[in-house]
Unconditional design. Structure first.
Length: 144
């Protein structure tokens, strides 16, 4: 039981941690952020569960040359360094679910900031990038 700044020794700290986590989730929901950072393992699960669904897009924001060297199966390439990146991004369905990645997570971080500003509702950021994917020896698709 928590009262007057005291925590019970048996499980009280667990209650505090759970409460802090719940407050964090609530704050994120109030902030309205559509972005969720995911690990490579979580990204792989998302792909397994949602691949092929019309409302799920894997978005690779690396250069076309990097994309050609290998990418996640089913990924769409939209180069963040292209002059028309924001305009092309603006043509995408804002209500779809997007898994976004780049090489290390840096360019994709910038891309998701733009997506958030444009009103995209559901963005998963694979923050370890394709290098994290490769470190786990997961398969890549070559361009055909």
């Amino acid at each position: 039981m928590i009262g007057k700044g005291k925590v019970m020794k048996n499980g009280g700290s667990v209650v505090l941690v759970a409460a802090a986590f719940a407050l964090t989730l609530t704050a994120t929901a109030w902030a309205g952020s559509p972005v969720t950072d995911v690990t490579v393992a979580q990204a792989r699960t998302l792909i397994q569960e949602r691949a092929g669904k019309a409302d799920f897009v894997i978005l690779d924001v690396r250069t076309p040359g990097e994309f050609t060297e290998g990418h996640l199966a089913g990924a769409v390439n939209l180069d963040i360094q292209a002059r028309d990146f924001e305009a092309r991004l603006g043509t995408l369905d804002r209500s779809a679910n997007y898994l976004v990645y780049c090489r290390t997570g840096s360019r994709s971080q910038k891309a998701i900031q733009t997506m958030e500003r444009l009103g995209f509702r559901s963005v998963f950021h694979m923050n370890e990038g394709i290098l994290g994917w490769q470190r786990q020896k997961l398969p890549l698709s070559p361009s055909s």
